[in-house]
Design a protein around this ligand. Structure first.
Ligand SMILES: CC(C)(COP(=O)(O)OP(=O)(O)OC[C@H]1O[C@@H](n2cnc3c(N)ncnc32)[C@H](O)[C@@H]1OP(=O)(O)O)[C@@H](O)C(=O)NCCC(=O)NCCS
Length: 170
């Protein structure tokens, strides 16, 4: 029922809208409206979308129903900050609209992301996830990810969050 499509710079506007909508929905009970607004203004711009979508290292896939976007992933083909014994790609973002939580879209996007990582010749996927993002951590554990160690500090407006690096070998 979802149509998954790898997209380029012509989808910058759609990506910005998905970035903002999914981020606000995911973190509305976690961060203050001011911190969310500051993060969105700093990170989810037309320029940053265009930069991501034009990078040869990045794969962006948008999932839609009848051309109405419902979720996306961004994969970046680059190494893991904690060494792993395989060529690796980062699952930079995987987000679905709250109206689709639990409908299987996250798993569909994930399977598609793994196919594109395999096609790039990599045998490991890694990501960093905020330590307070229990929903996402539960999702990744279910998919077979292991926690490797501490990740970068994440800043959302005035908040500073610890994160962890998780990885899955296939
Ligand atoms: C994490 C996210 C992508 C999962 O997407 P989803 O469409 O809700 O997940 P699915 O319906 O495809 O579920 C896939 C599997 O994970 C499990 N799962 C999903 N959310 C879960 C949770 N909170 N706890 C435990 N398991 C969970 C499901 O039971 C399912 O398992 P099954 O196929 O064996 O039944 C989605 O919740 C999301 O967009 N969250 C907000 C953004 C976010 O935090 N992204 C990650 C940032 S690092």
């Amino acid at each position: 029922m979802f149509e998954l499509q790898i997209v380029g710079t012509e989808y910058s506007d759609q990506l910005v809208k998905l970035w903002v909508d999914t981020f606000k929905q995911a973190y509305k009970d976690v961060h203050s409206p001011e911190d969310i607004a500051a993060y969105c203004a700093a990170n989810f711009t037309a320029e940053s979308a265009s930069d991501e979508l034009s990078s040869p290292q990045t794969v962006c896939c948008i999932a839609s129903i009848e051309n109405d976007p419902r979720g996306f992933y961004l994969v970046k083909h680059h190494g893991c900050p904690i060494p792993v014994d395989a060529d690796a790609s980062e699952l930079k973002q995987i987000y679905v609209l709250a109206s689709e939580y639990g409908n299987g879209l996250g798993r569909s996007l994930y399977k598609h992301a793994i196919e594109s990582i395999r096609a790039a010749g990599c045998g490991c996927v890694w990501l960093s996830v905020a330590d307070i993002n229990y929903r996402a951590q539960a999702f990744y554990k279910k998919l077979g990810f292991d926690q490797l160690g501490p990740g970068p500090m994440l800043e959302v407006g005035s908040e500073r969050l610890t994160s962890s690096i998780m990885a899955y070998r296939f």
